[in-house]
Ligand binder design. Structure first.
Ligand code: HEM
Length: 353
């Protein structure tokens, strides 16, 4: 049988796969700017999540989510499991990197007006992804059940009491047969990853529907770019994988220099540690308002973020045309960062009631 001569000859395996998987379909056009760092931060976050899922599956084989055994099982993971310390550290550091990239991704979307019509719903799906990410970081920090984990759990119980019936799931009384720690572990490895899967599927579907938002110029307006552009999604995907390898290498180097920390087993009632950087900025408000702050501040900030597409309805993308919103957002960000720095410099003060 005669084979047709093509300009770019493909291997037989390539042809076989292409025929069955339609791989050529992923080479659809995308704008060139989609490959630049600011516009690929969401993709970098996604590759980080792949690393988290793979390393997390390994860790779950050795972690025991019983309050009496949890800390000891982490000690065993570090000292007795092949590559256990390294895999745990890569999981820890990738979680830190992913939290940074998801926040930068959100700030990029905010700064470039990428939440505007027709992308408003994807902004809300993104807010759901942010909540899931922070939920994963929080539940993950409790699991090791050292002093920091125990204190996080105590704060968790206090905040749950404040929100009453809505916080019932977080109270130890919710299920008398399964300890709260075990249920937080379930949240960490089943409920939140499942929610992540559903949300990211919706997020990617909507990005494909609308295309990436147009490049920001003084007069650019938000509109669909689906099917437009000088680059191809296959190029974009390769970039994403390249950035994913950089994230992995960074997590690996950090893990070798600074292995993930593990404190002494927790002593209930004591308050001698500080939370991770993603939560420490809540400390000053908690000191002023009590445990209420842990429930109120995230709800207020989430509510403000939810208002963004409703407030800023003009079609223009240029930051110069959206100064009011960006100044308010910048001021809130400065207050959050300043609170975090202040809390990091303060001695640990007991404010659990
Ligand atoms: C786990 C968290 C998240 C992941 C994995 C993720 C992933 C992605 C990816 C892959 C893109 C394509 C552009 C890019 O790569 O940057 C994107 C675009 C987008 N994301 Fe996210 N995202 C996450 C969280 C968020 C958050 C927190 C928001 C905002 C609240 C958000 C809102 C959007 C919007 C509006 C777009 C369209 C941007 C445009 O067209 O320019 N995402 N996201």
């Amino acid at each position: 049988m005669a084979t047709s001569v093509q300009s770019a000859p493909r291997s037989r395996i390539g042809q076989w796969l292409d025929e069955r998987l339609g791989l050529r379909g992923i080479a659809y056009p995308v704008p060139e700017h989609a490959n630049s760092l600011p516009y690929i931060l969401g993709g970098i976050t996604l590759t980080g999540f792949v690393i988290l899922f793979v390393t997390g599956i390994y860790l779950a084989q050795f972690y025991h989510p019983e309050p009496a055994d949890a800390h000891q099982s982490v000690v065993f993971l570090i000292t007795g499991v092949p590559l256990g310390d390294l895999v745990r550290s890569i999981h820890f550091w990738t979680a830190q990197i992913v939290t940074v990239t998801v926040l930068l991704h959100m700030l990029r979307v905010l700064f470039t007006g990428a939440y505007k019509r027709p992308r408003e719903i994807n902004w809300y799906v993104g807010l759901g992804l942010l909540a899931v990410t922070l939920g994963l970081v929080f539940t993950g920090s409790v699991l090791k059940f050292d002093q920091e984990g125990l204190e996080a759990l105590q704060h968790n119980k206090e905040a749950a009491e404040v929100i009453g019936a809505l916080g019932a799931w977080f109270s130890p009384e919710f299920s008398r047969s399964v300890p709260l720690l075990t249920r937080l572990f379930n949240g960490h490895i089943t409920i939140l990853p499942l929610l992540f899967g559903l949300l990211i599927a919706g997020h990617i579907f909507l990005i494909k529907q609308h295309g990436i938002s147009p490049k920001v110029t003084p007069d650019a307006t938000a509109r669909s770019t689906a099917g437009e552009g000088d680059s191809h999604f296959s190029v974009h995907l390769l970039r994403m994988i390249g950035f994913g390898l950089i994230v992995f290498s960074l997590a690996l180097v950090l893990s070798l220099i600074f292995p993930a920390p593990l404190g002494q087993p927790g002593v209930a009632g004591a308050e001698v540690t500080k939370p991770g950087w993603m939560f420490i900025w809540l400390f000053p408000t908690e000191a002023a308002l009590g445990a209420r702050a842990l429930a109120i501040v995230p709800v207020v900030l989430g509510g403000l973020l939810a208002l963004v597409p409703m407030i800023d309805r003009s079609p223009y993308l240029s930051p110069a045309r959206r100064k009011g919103l960006l100044i308010v957002a910048g001021l809130i960000l400065i207050v959050i960062v300043a609170s975090g720095i202040y809390a990091a410099l303060q001695p640990v003060s007991a404010h659990l009631e």
